[in-house]
Design a protein around this ligand. Sequence first.
Ligand code: EPZ
Length: 420
Amino acid sequence: MDYLQAQGVKSLNGTIKISGAKNASLPLIAMTILAKNCVVIKNLPNVVDIKTLLKLLSNLGAKCDSKDDCITVDTSTLTQTKATYDIVKTMRASILVLGPILTRFGHCEVSLPGGCAIGQRPIDLHLKALEQMGAKIDIKAGYIEATAPNGLVGCEIIFDKVTVTGTANIIMAAALAKGNTTITNAAREPEVVQLCEILNQSGVKIDGIGTAILTICGTDGKLLEIDEFSIIPDRIEAGTYLCAGAITKSELTLENVNAKHLGAVLAKLEEMGCSFTSTKDTITLHPAQTLKPVKIVTQEYPGFPTDMQAQFLALATQANGTSIVEERLFENRFMHVSELQRMGADISLNGNVATVNAPTKLSGTDVMATDLRASSALVLAALVADGETDIHRIYHLDRGYDSLEKKLEGVGANIKRLKE
Ligand code: EPZ
């Protein structure tokens, strides 16, 4: 297994190119199940989760090819409708094939994704909405067995909670359904917006894009002609590198980034004393010389993203005062805390609230990644820790960050990938 070795306390300098968004790529790859043509998608990140989803589609009979950051997916040869446990257990976002397969073929079996390190992560809202659209759903031997022999029928869906992949699943299910589907309390993440925009350009009329109330006019089973498109930039990858600049007090420029998708993150960095210069597709961070403490509560978009919570917790260890970070979306998303404490951070947990007394001098040591965003928080801490930090189990990191250590090395960080 690989691990990362980083030497701390070095300032960074230069430009980092941001890759396409993992969390936009996954629903958009699942969306190709709705297409009659071979779909070309550009600006994909080179991350394990994308490879996993492409493998899943290939196992179902689709033809998937990739070259650099571009893929072609032809699902006209798709014959299987069962997403098996061996793949789904490695990536719970595989649930995103449920809506598209069901609405196209009238039946689908998907292994229950199960929980993950950060929480239970139920999919009850996905299933309840599909049942409202006329699907029969049974859970048998760890599999979701969904049937809709006469196709799905549009209806009024009200989500009890905002769910990102739940919204994406139902949008795709509604795309080929009979009649209109209205989703109330829909997720408004930029990744969901891009899914709606591409479907809208492909003959599925969608109103309310970017709002919490979406109306999707289904094609009644007619497959879509989907033109080539590019994935939007990854706002969480971008936010992570902004934190790298802030924690090392370095001026960094990010390219291929959309500042409009980072409103809450930029606002919190400004509160901590940073400032920014941005253009249509770049952001330059001007770091605070003394970071101010901050209060963060994670929320659905456009609120502060839960996927940036771990990174800000690492940053808060270097602020001049006590920060409070409340995690409202997931019940177990503080596993990075114990690793940061081992590096010398003074963090106390009370339920889903972390209190960070700072600044504290961090010391390099062996640490273990536990989930995707926790891994990046440990890298940020390693960049300012005294001495050497070895970060183990970085297969978590490789699921969602494209060449992280190479991008950091490119701006002067002393970090390399080694074999255990
Ligand atoms: C998406 O996960 C992202 N993953 C996550 O990013 C992100 O943290 C999360 O949205 C929240 O922004 C992808 O897009 C692939 P949810 P998702 O359904 O869709 C509860 C990363 O780091 N819920 O919006 O699985 C759930 O338990 C990953 O890139 C139900 O109760 O999250 C959670 O408390 C981690 N029932 C809340 O809603 C359901 O049926 C939000 O979950 C569905 C969700």
